[in-house]
Design a protein around this ligand. Structure first.
Ligand code: NAP
Length: 306
């Protein structure tokens, strides 16, 4: 899947344009990765560290986070660690304060942390729907909003990459009214997205969600990623209004079916391949960096289509 390794920093640039692009980042470029103690997040931290950025590996479990950092350090990679449970405001506040004091800000945010609670690909249990929606959508949004003031002005443009899923594309939503509402870029508001997830959770509570026209596969997870994609689209508009040097781009990326704990080790791609693509997207040269796009692998697509 990952055509061309990003281990060589020239590769992504060379494939993107016939003209050569110089590497825009430096050791001072700070990248924060959430849920990076394992899986795709750990591999993204590894890729970015290998490419010479200052990486802050975060994890909700202190011991697991430190173990991951030690693993990377045994491979000669210098990565910083701070605990961060995105589902808790106090944890976000502590992290923001630490980052501000220690590094003065950031240029890159990779929102990778997420939960699914699925035993296999056909598992459609909604037992943990509230945690799934809260983590994958609400908490990711809370962390993003808390970090926005810390993004430093950058001539290359700061970047946010939300690790999302094709399961959260609009065509997965069977309910046409909801699909139209969520897809109406001109009229959609953040409260519409919040209402959308609340409606789902209410139907889960009442046991009526099966006839609600929600996505058919991994329903609660898909709803959470639908909300994340919609929020990313809205935020991209907001961010595009910032003055030139304060611009931040935000894009979503689906790694495809990847062998991690989330999929019980099944999948088509390795976490390393998934992470190579994530690093490739988030490090795109400024002139080629889109805003408000959805990537499947390295392919840029619209949020509304596969
Ligand atoms: P994973 O191995 O289960 O990793 C998920 C990571 O998120 C873990 O480090 C987990 O920490 C962390 N996390 C969960 N809740 C958190 C919280 N409240 N605060 C901080 N960290 C938290 O799964 P993965 O496959 O690498 O998933 C990474 C991303 O890829 C996710 O956004 C997922 O939705 C997306 N994705 C994966 C696939 C796939 O096929 N694997 C496909 C499409 C999209 P703990 O270790 O403490 O639980």
């Amino acid at each position: 899947m990952a055509s061309g390794s990003i281990g060589d920093v020239q590769d992504p640039n060379a494939q993107l344009s016939s003209s050569s692009h110089s590497r825009w980042w430096a050791k001072e470029t700070v990248a924060v990765v959430t849920g990076a103690n394992r899986g795709i997040g750990l591999e993204i931290a590894r890729q970015l560290a290998k490419l010479g950025l200052t990486v802050i590996l975060t994890a909700r479990d202190d011991a697991q986070g430190r173990e991951a950092v030690e693993k990377l350090s045994s491979q000669g990679l210098d990565v910083a660690f701070h605990p961060l449970d995105i589902a808790y405001k106090k944890s976000i506040d502590d992290f923001v304060e630490w980052l501000q004091t220690k590094y003065g800000g950031l240029e890159v945010l990779v929102n990778n942390a997420a939960v699914a609670f699925k035993e296999h690909t056909e598992d459609n249990s909604v037992k943990h729907a509230e945690t799934v929606i809260n983590t994958n959508y609400c908490a990711t949004k809370s962390l993003t909003e808390a970090l926005l003031p810390l993004f430093r002005p950058s001539p290359a443009g700061a970047r946010i990459l939300n690790i999302s899923s094709r399961l959260g594309l609009l065509n997965k939503l069977q309910n046409e009214t909801l699909r139209k509402r969520l897809g109406d870029v001109e009229k959609l508001s953040e409260s519409d997205i919040d209402e959308f997830v609340k409606m789902f959770l209410k139907q889960v509570e009442q046991g009526t969600w099966k006839s609600g026209g929600w996505p058919e596969v991994w329903t609660d997870y898909s709803v959470s990623k639908l909300a994340l994609n919609a929020y990313s689209r809205l935020l991209s508009t907001r961010l595009s209004e910032r003055p030139e040097r304060h611009k931040i781009s935000i894009n979503c990326y689906c790694p495809g079916f990847t062998m991690t704990s989330m999929t019980k080790g099944t999948g088509k791609y390795t976490a390393e391949e998934a992470a190579q693509n994530a690093a490739w997207i988030v490090l795109l040269p400024p002139s080629l960096l889109p805003n408000g796009k959805f990537f499947h692998g390295r392919r840029e697509t619209n949020f509304s289509k596969l």
